[in-house]
Design a protein around this ligand. Structure first.
Ligand code: ADP
Length: 485
């Protein structure tokens, strides 16, 4: 790894009750740099016993944290935000090394991650209740919003920083404590973030990080009656497991699950803007985001021009180690991901898809690099039409009418993000209202921000993160009825 300004940020222990711990068993798990295959360090492989202890500490810390003034919590979060930004380069270095995304993109993620701490720190001061005009004589009716209590977060590897702060920011601001179980591929960013939280003054037990046996820790989290809320970002399959496991104690859940985003381009679209938006939306993080377009539906009149221009842009993208200057696409996260993306491309080609980009498919067989591709002639017999690709592959489907575009876009169990490009107000209105999605991006490829709600419908999940709605997921409503007046 390149040199860190603050080497102490590179931790290899779990943070439990304000202290850095190895696993009691002494077991560890290696953390690799996907671009080089080198081992960066090894982290503790903890299990259910340690997860239970962390829950006890979180419950003990909860009492003091919820009784702090919102203003006090807000000031601590402000310091945490400032520390994250002051260490942006170091955090990006750690993130890029364990995740593979280009350094510049990693820096962008750190700023994005920090924005949730800043935003929710401020929102925490504005958790208002209500006074209800009473309809029973001699009563007063009020509504308070209170922290849910002990919460846990299980996070993925594609945004090792932002997926943590998007949960921890609102949780801490609302007065909840949180235990984070980061993805096994990317725990180092999580450790560095909590090290800065400690420096900012977050008290022991309020924010903890545990790594190790994902399944055992997940079960403890779900089955614990002390844990009142679980927030998960990851695959739909694992989301369903966690929901089933949480059923017995009716735990509150926020689930950010898989997507199958359509990107619809109408004949009247500005084709250059659509191509630019497609590159940003599809190839960011090497196609490994749940809002990456998975299906490009392009109307027949603009189809050939869009494909030709998109393929030309995609052929310009530079692949390599994210630490090198000018690299646009790093490696995929691991070999398993590489194999899965390659399989989808080969399946599509076997069923008649045609590659519009010029590069050979695999650029480096020693590490999980893959060339970005644009495929035309795609149809719904291909696996990549219904499966989340999670790689730099843009399959293009041709369509004729607005109704057809809406129908094929909605023909999926997912419903996270959808994109459309048009200059017509009628098309915009009809399509944006007809799409069964939690997010619709119109004439833009980028929409994520801490001030707007992020989340899906159907099997893409429950709840919203970010924005004024995001903090509601960490609050309970208490109605107090005072009688006898
Ligand atoms: P991906 O396939 O992209 O890695 P996953 O949904 O498998 O997505 O992983 C997201 C997060 O869920 C990771 O932190 C992972 O360790 C965790 N995870 C995976 N399986 C389970 C499980 N059965 N119980 C709890 N957590 C799990």
């Amino acid at each position: 790894m390149k040199t860190l300004t603050q080497p102490a940020l590179l931790k290899d222990k779990c943070y439990i009750n304000g202290e850095w711990h190895s696993a009691a068993s002494g077991k560890t798990e290696d953390i690799m740099n996907p671009a080089t295959g080198e081992v960066i360090t090894a982290v503790p492989f903890m299990d259910d016993t340690e997860a239970l202890k962390a829950i006890e500490h979180a419950a003990a810390a909860q009492i003091g944290w919820r009784s702090e003034l919102a203003k006090t919590r807000s000031a601590i979060l402000r310091r945490w935000f400032e520390l994250v930004m002051a260490n942006q380069d170091d955090l990006a270095l750690i993130l890029s090394s364990e995740q593979g995304k280009p350094f510049g993109e990693a820096k962008g993620e750190i700023a994005y991650a920090a924005s949730f701490i800043e935003w929710f720190g401020e929102e925490g001061k504005r958790i208002y209740g209500d006074i209800i005009p009473e309809n029973i004589p001699g009563t007063r009716m009020t509504v308070r919003k209170e922290p849910i209590g002990v919460t846990v977060a299980i996070t993925p590897w594609n945004f090792p920083a932002a997926m943590i702060t998007r949960k921890a920011g609102p949780a801490l601001a609302a007065g909840c404590t949180m235990i984070i179980k980061p993805a096994p591929q990317t725990p180092l960013t999580a450790f560095a973030l909590v090290a800065l939280a400690e420096e900012a003054g977050v008290p022991a037990g309020v924010l903890q990080v545990i790594t190790g046996d994902s399944i055992a820790i997940g079960e403890v989290f779900c089955e614990s009656k002390t844990v009142r809320k679980l927030s998960f970002t990851g695959s739909t399959g694992v989301g369903k497991i966690l929901m089933r496991q949480s059923a017995d104690n009716i735990k509150k859940l926020s689930l950010e699950l898989g997507g199958n985003a359509p990107f619809i381009v109408f004949d009247d679209a500005n084709v250059n803007a659509a191509v630019a938006g497609a590159v940003v939306a599809k190839f960011r993080n090497n196609g490994q985001t749940c809002v990456c377009p998975n299906r490009f539906y392009v109307q027949s009149g603009i189809h050939d021009e869009f494909v030709e221009k998109l393929a030309a842009e995609v052929d310009k993208l530079k692949i390599g180690n994210g630490m090198e200057e000018g690299v646009d696409l790093g490696p995929l996260i691991d070999e398993k991901a590489h194999e899965s993306v390659l399989k989808l491309i080969l399946d599509a080609k076997e069923k008649g898809a045609v590659q519009a980009t010029k590069r050979d498919l695999v650029t480096n067989k020693r590490a999980p690099f893959i060339s970005p591709v644009v495929l035309t002639n795609a149809d719904d017999s291909m696996q990549l039409c219904s499966k989340e690709i999670f790689g730099p592959v843009a399959p293009v489907y041709k369509f004729e009418t607005i109704d057809e575009a809406i129908a094929v876009s909605n023909d999926t169990d997912a419903g996270l993000a959808a994109y459309l490009y048009t200059q017509s107000i009628n098309t915009y209105t009809k399509v944006s209202e007809g799409l069964e999605y939690g997010i619709v991006a119109v004439n833009t490829g980028a929409f994520s921000t801490e001030v707007a709600p992020f989340g899906g419908v159907k099997e893409s999940g429950l709840g919203r993160e970010g924005s004024m709605y995001g903090i509601e997921d960490y609050l309970e409503i208490k109605y107090v009825c005072l009688g006898g007046l």
